[in-house]
Design a protein around this ligand. Structure first.
Ligand code: ADP
Ligand code: MG
Length: 681
């Protein structure tokens, strides 16, 4: 029996009128009705008054032990009666339900649900029933559905209950057996039932665990199947190079790669060689060493005869990457160019011409890279760093400049960005799971602004030990002028406090040449302290810097603080981060606490999500996030990842497109228009 095709009118009590009304909820078939799951439950399970807390919503059973008293005032009324619950004598109060008075007779057993007032030993009753009635609510978890208009809560509860009675045993299994076994899921039939009528919280949770996975499984199956079919079309660049030359390049690095770096480079090289276009996301915490992975990929692409582009969000970062790539590529005669908004016209013209002629092998730049007059001779690989600063649109423009180049996107923000992309994306994800060896966790302190003298002492100590320090002034949103002025003031204070050191200053109002000069002198340790606005936030890499001071740290969000802190702790020396903060509210206090407690970017992203809430994190519905019926992208992302891995593995099996066991899955894909046919043959 195909419940998805069976009209909802097959359920007793649902006529044409109700069927019409259900359409507004996207419910046409019995299957859809049965899969219309509650979004929460009301807890009518009986509680023992010994375990309840003041303010809890409780359900208790007892017997009426006094005559009811009705008071009227204005148009309102208050009805009270004494109820003996076990050893506790409590008062039950109803507002504006005078008609109940007749029913409340001393000696009758009764079940009360409502809010518990511990001090008064009183329940403000929202629901009551006399004990022992068949089909009563007491003792259960009642499902709450999203309803409206003519469809009421009570009606839909009854309708779904009836549908389950008639058709519950026909609910089919849809997940491959091996997965049901692997995760020890309850049968689908059982799960559907338990979601509507959980007898225990645990059963409801088990049911939810299964249905969440199922929903995400089919979502990911669609993505992977689609991608796999696209791959068979092979219209990308198949780079031809010898892995041995890349290994040689890697051996020439001043350090050995971490296991993750090796693995990820391997994944990328494989993608580069394949005829389909790579679309890969590289995620790794700040300091995990993403740049060298990009360098290896660019190196391979160039060795294969292609040009590469590295796109970054700021000019400072572009400069820095240009310098480090030049250092790495110099011995191999690979030409590195720079294209940013602040080149002179002449420089810009020259650079564009060289790119066009193919004289530049690797170009590093900001969004200046994607202007219309920039053309490439043979663009084969595009890497974007800290991509969350770019719109999707900009990336696709750059893509169009080449012949469907391979794309590698790097980010230090694992969620929600990555999650979003995993959710939509025809993206492969590589992860740098560990930091390079020998890194010491950054020690973070949160101190009040009154401790400034001690902070100065800290700076002095580090600089005298040969290290360097950043001092970050917050962005003052209201006015860039104030912002710059603030940085200038803080700079002045440091110049006065440390006459013996050189103090650099960096802010958004400086020209690019000025910024570059400042960065160079800091990199060369000619300046020991760098006072900066948040222009320094992403990517900057000076491994001798060991101290990060953040003024007015409460003004920053968690992710931003983590990014800023990631500017230190990049070498073998112990590094420190000092948050100057006077947190006034709970959220700010919590942010400071999270920062002092953990260095783990993934954990921080998770806490950030919790603190800011989904609304702010994802934006509103217009963000284009897919909507799920059971799954919640916030809390179920680990399941999303499992589903992703499982479906990827499944679709990659040689017989996925032909074997009979996968027919139901292919059937689903056909219905979803991912492909047409029963098998690929
Ligand atoms: P991020 O992932 O934040 O972009 P970077 O690529 O800037 O990190 O790397 C941070 C620092 O770690 C750089 O100075 C880089 O040279 C260094 N680094 C990268 N990989 C390793 C490694 N395997 N061993 C030691 N140092 C490394
Ligand atoms: Mg980086």
């Amino acid at each position: 029996m195909d419940l998805q095709a069976l009209p909802v009118t097959s359920v007793k009590g649902i006529g044409p009128q109700k069927a019409k009304e259900l359409e507004a909820f996207g419910i046409y078939s019995v299957g859809q009705l049965i899969e219309y799951f509650p979004f929460r439950y009301e807890d009518y399970r009986l509680r023992d008054l010994a375990d309840v807390q003041d303010g809890d919503k409780i359900t208790v059973e007892g017997s009426i032990s006094s005559e009811p008293v009705l008071q009227r005032f204005g148009g309102k009324s208050r009805l009270t009666v004494r109820v003996m619950c076990g050893a506790v004598l409590l008062t039950a109060v109803w507002f504006n339900r005078p008609f109940l008075k007749e029913k409340l007779r001393p000696g009758l057993p009764i079940v009360l649900s409502g809010k518990w007032d511990q001090r008064r030993r009183q329940v403000t009753v929202t629901d009551s029933e006399f004990a022992g009635i068949a089909g009563g609510r007491s003792g259960t978890l009642q499902p709450v559905y999203s309803v409206g208009g003519p469809i009421t809560q009570a009606w839909i509860r009854r309708a779904i209950g009836q549908a389950l009675i008639q058709y519950g045993t026909h609910v089919p299994e849809v997940l491959p057996e091996e997965l049901v076994g692997k995760y020890r899921f309850m049968a689908r039939r059982q799960a559907v039932h338990a979601l509507h009528h959980p007898e225990e919280v645990e059963a409801g949770q088990e049911a939810r665990r299964r249905m969440v996975y199922e929903e995400l499984f089919f979502f990911q199956l669609k993505l992977h199947a689609f991608r796999s079919l696209q791959r068979k079309r092979s219209d990308g660049v198949a780079h031809v190079f010898d892995n041995e030359v890349v290994r040689q390049f890697v051996r020439g690095l001043p350090f050995t790669l971490t296991p993750s770096q090796k693995q990820v480079i391997g994944e990328i090289l494989e993608d580069l060689k394949a005829p389909h276009a790579m679309n890969r996301l590289l995620q790794g915490d700040v300091g995990a060493g993403k740049t060298v992975v990009a360098a290896a990929a660019l190196f391979a692409a160039v060795r294969g005869g292609a040009q590469g582009a590295l796109m970054v969000p700021t000019e400072i970062l572009a400069e820095q990457h240009r310098r480090s790539l030049e250092r790495l590529f110099e011995p191999y005669g690979i030409q590195v160019g720079l294209l940013t908004g602040s080149l002179t016209d002449r420089q810009r013209r020259d650079t564009i011409a060289s790119l066009h002629m193919g004289l530049i092998d690797v170009i590093v730049g900001t969004h200046a890279l994607i202007q219309e007059d920039v053309t490439f001779r043979r663009l084969g690989l595009v890497v974007t760093d800290e991509q969350h600063r770019f719109g999707v649109n900009q990336r696709s423009i750059l893509r169009r400049k080449g012949l469907n180049p391979d794309v590698l996107t790097m980010t230090a923000t694992p969620i929600p960005r990555t999650l979003a992309i995993t959710a939509f994306g025809d993206l492969d994800v590589s992860t740098l799971r560990e930091l390079p060896k020998g890194r010491k966790p950054i020690k973070t302190y949160s101190v009040g602004p009154d401790k400034l003298e001690r902070v100065y002492g800290f700076i002095r100590r580090e600089v005298l030990a040969g290290r360097q320090a950043y001092v970050i002034c917050p962005l003052i949103e209201e006015s860039e002028k104030l912002d710059v002025q603030n940085a200038i003031d803080v700079h002045m204070q440091h110049v006065q406090a440390f006459p013996e050191f050189r103090i650099g200053l960096l802010h958004g109002r400086m020209t690019n040449a000025e910024k570059e000069a400042v960065m160079r002198s800091f990199e060369a340790n000619e300046a020991q302290v760098l006072v900066s606005t948040t222009v320094i936030e992403v990517g900057v890499d000076v491994s001798n810097a060991t101290l990060m001071i953040i003024y007015d740290a409460v003004r920053f969000g968690l992710s931003q603080l983590h990014q800023l802190r990631g500017r230190v702790g990049r070498g073998e020396h112990q590094s420190y981060c000092v948050l100057l903060a006077d947190p006034k509210n709970e959220a700010a206090k919590e942010r400071m606490r999270v920062m002092t407690e953990t260095n783990d970017g993934f954990e921080i992203a998770r806490r950030d999500l919790e603190l800011r809430g989904p609304g702010e994190f994802f934006g509103t519905k217009q963000s284009g996030m897919p909507e799920f019926r059971v799954a919640d992208l916030m809390s179920d992302f680990e399941t999303m990842e499992k589903a992703r891995d499982d479906t990827a593995e499944l679709v990659a099996r040689p017989d996925f497109w032909t074997a009979a066991v996968y027919l139901p899955l292919r059937e689903f894909l056909r219905k979803e228009h991912v492909f047409d046919g029963d098998s690929l043959d």
